[in-house]
Design a protein around this ligand. Structure first.
Ligand code: MG
Length: 254
């Protein structure tokens, strides 16, 4: 069941979204070669807790893993798609780093991911980055009342195909609100014009994951980190978007 949010609830969700955006601002200041992913996690967690929020991923038990997620953010590098666990790994020149931040504030969740090009990255990785960001923006443009859910999905897949990239099919975006994962699932592929009609008050976390190689992914022995089977680079962006009468309202951007 898709839970539509009132204008007041969307205002509360925007507070959670703004905090997510502020965490990214903070991380961008320290993200450089030599920094460990564990340090990024500590900085993010400190800010989230200081603002009276709760890091949504910490302790999360997902549908694919019986192991509670041990950190506050996900940091997924290069061939890692999503759910990378921060720790001792050091960011290096040439890395494509995806960071996923989720918070719970005033009973509502905010969820977003950004990818970052560290130093001199390869041409193809740079193109992948641009295509993934474009795909997110194209899909947000579809968040208009009267469109259908799969118009979002189709916009993502179309942009990926334009550059010959594939989209991850095993992981999807989602409704979001008082729970981090609500209905509906937001696929990153599909024909347009299908699924539920988009309505005022729906809030969706849209998260394109594009791969240089094919769409196959697998989970590592840590029971969380998702990597491409061919170990080619993957890129991930995400925003939490509310559908309003006046169009899409991106809650996780400043
Ligand atoms: Mg998400």
């Amino acid at each position: 069941m898709i839970i539509c949010k009132s204008a007041d609830e969307i205002r509360l969700m925007q507070k959670a979204g703004v905090l997510v955006a502020e965490v990214f601002l903070q991380l961008e200041k320290i993200l450089r070669p030599g920094v460990t992913t564990g340090y990024l996690d500590r900085i993010a967690e400190d800010l989230i807790v200081k603002k009276g929020a709760h890091p949504a991923f910490k302790g999360y038990v997902g549908r694919i893993s019986s192991r509670a997620f041990p950190a506050s953010i996900c940091v997924s590098i290069n061939e890692e798609v999503v759910h990378g666990i921060p720790g001792k790994r050091t960011i290096r020149d040439g890395d494509l780093v995806s960071i996923d931040v989720g918070v719970k504030l005033n009973g509502f969740y905010g969820d977003a991911a950004r990818s970052y090009r560290i130093g001199n990255i390869s041409k193809i990785a740079d193109r992948l980055y641009g295509a993934t960001l474009d795909a997110l923006n194209a899909s947000i443009d579809k968040c208009e009342t009267g469109n259908r859910l799969s118009d979002i999905s189709h916009a993502i897949e179309s942009r990926a195909c334009q550059d010959g990239f594939s989209v991850v099919r095993d992981f999807v975006g989602h409704g979001i609100g008082k729970k981090m994962h609500e209905d509906p699932q937001v696929l990153n592929y599909g024909l347009p014009g299908q699924g539920p009609m988009l309505k005022k008050g729906m809030v969706l976390a849209i998260e394109p994951m594009l791969n240089i190689g094919n769409s196959d992914v697998e989970v590592l022995d840590d029971l969380w980190t998702v990597v491409t089977v061919d170990r080619k680079y993957s890129c991930h962006f995400e925003d939490t978007v509310a559908i309003t009468e006046s169009g899409p309202l991106v809650l996780t951007r400043l």
